[in-house]
Design a protein around this ligand. Structure first.
Ligand code: HEC
Length: 131
């Protein structure tokens, strides 16, 4: 009996790094998702018109999405960014008084929201723009 317990404990330890790797994969979007997100951002999502091609922020500093931007409306996780894009930012929540319509006023699907959120998180928010 003791022997069996020893084996299953060893198995549990061996399986742990695998489980961790899977959890990270679920959080980090793959490159195809990010590439699709770029298309949405610059195309039918209309994000580019207020946020700029490089996330430099067309409507003032609160609309920056680049590396110099400290997030105001979410904690930077993919799920939180998705929630903000879906809900938009009304004038009560807006820190500048400028509102963001839900989904940027576009009709992108939930899947496309996920893709564009991945692009914001993985690419734009890592980009340093000249000031
Ligand atoms: C009509 C203009 C407009 C469009 C279109 C728009 N946004 Fe926004 N967005 C804003 C404004 C304004 C804010 C910041 C509000 C404030 O001042 O607090 C914002 C904030 C955000 C934030 C939160 C930033 C933070 O600091 O937490 C994210 C993420 C975001 N937008 C993503 C998107 C994406 C992705 C799209 C396209 C689907 C999009 N936006 C389309 C105006 C827009």
């Amino acid at each position: 009996m003791k022997w069996v317990t020893g084996i299953s404990a060893a198995l549990a330890v061996a399986a742990m790094p695998l489980a961790t790797a899977n959890a990270q994969q679920a959080e980090t979007p793959d490159s195809a998702t990010v590439a699709a997100g770029k298309e949405i951002y610059e195309g039918r999502g209309m994000c580019v018109s207020c946020h700029g091609r490089n996330g430099e922020g067309i409507l003032g500093p609160t609309t920056r999405l680049d590396a110099d931007k400290k997030w105001l409306h979410h904690d930077g996780s993919l799920e939180a960014i998705i929630a903000v894009i879906k809900a938009g930012i009304d004038d009560e929540k807006s820190s500048s008084g400028i509102v963001m319509p839900p989904r940027g006023g576009s009709r992108i699907t939930d899947e496309q929201v996920r893709q564009v959120a991945a692009y914001v998180q993985q690419v734009l928010h890592r980009r340093k723009n000249a000031q």
